[in-house]
Write a protein that binds this ligand. Structure first.
Ligand SMILES: [Zn+2]
Length: 164
């Protein structure tokens, strides 16, 4: 797989200090840790090793990974593989993807009370999904929280396709 021209680490290294100056106080400890880890992943800052060919002398430097679970460089391949496996489980039916979001005004409250606010959001989204499915006479077949923890996707299927 060819590396993209610009990676998240590049962006965080370029703009991270200014971002931390402006928004650092509103970030959780985990968010700060992830941003810092991604910024230094596979750079000289984490150390590394040099492989050298005994025959031609070709040298290749490999830097260490951050291993942060949010790092796309460390877990990008595993994430893509997981998505492919989930896609293989999909039923051959019509799907709808529904995204629920909070008003921007509530973002600071949600950031400081993630468990409570996202719990309420997910409960409201689930109840809305069930209600919407019943109005359309669909069967709510599946509900999933995305990995970012900010959206809930629902899949409906027409009852005739779920013969029981
Ligand atoms: Zn990493």
């Amino acid at each position: 797989m060819k590396a993209p021209a610009l990676e998240q680490g590049d962006i965080f290294r370029l703009h991270g200090p200014a971002y931390f100056t402006t928004f650092g106080d509103s970030l959780s400890r985990e968010q700060r840790k992830a941003l810092r880890a991604i910024a230094v992943c596979r750079t000289a800052a984490l150390g590394g090793h040099v492989d050298q060919c005994d025959q031609c002398g070709y040298r290749k430097i490999s830097y260490c990974s951050c291993r942060n679970r949010h790092c796309p460089k460390c877990h990008g391949r595993a994430r893509a593989q997981w998505l492919e496996q989930r896609a293989a489980e999909l039923l051959p039916v019509e799907y709808f993807h529904v995204v629920f979001t909070l008003p921007q005004l509530l973002a600071p409250l949600a950031l400081q009370n993630q468990r409570l606010v996202y719990g309420l959001l997910f409960r409201a989204a689930a109840e809305t999904g069930v209600a919407a499915a019943s109005v359309r006479n669909y069967t709510l077949a599946y509900c999933a929280q995305c990995s970012a923890g900010r959206t809930v996707g629902f899949r409906w299927d027409r009852p005739t396709r779920f013969a029981q």
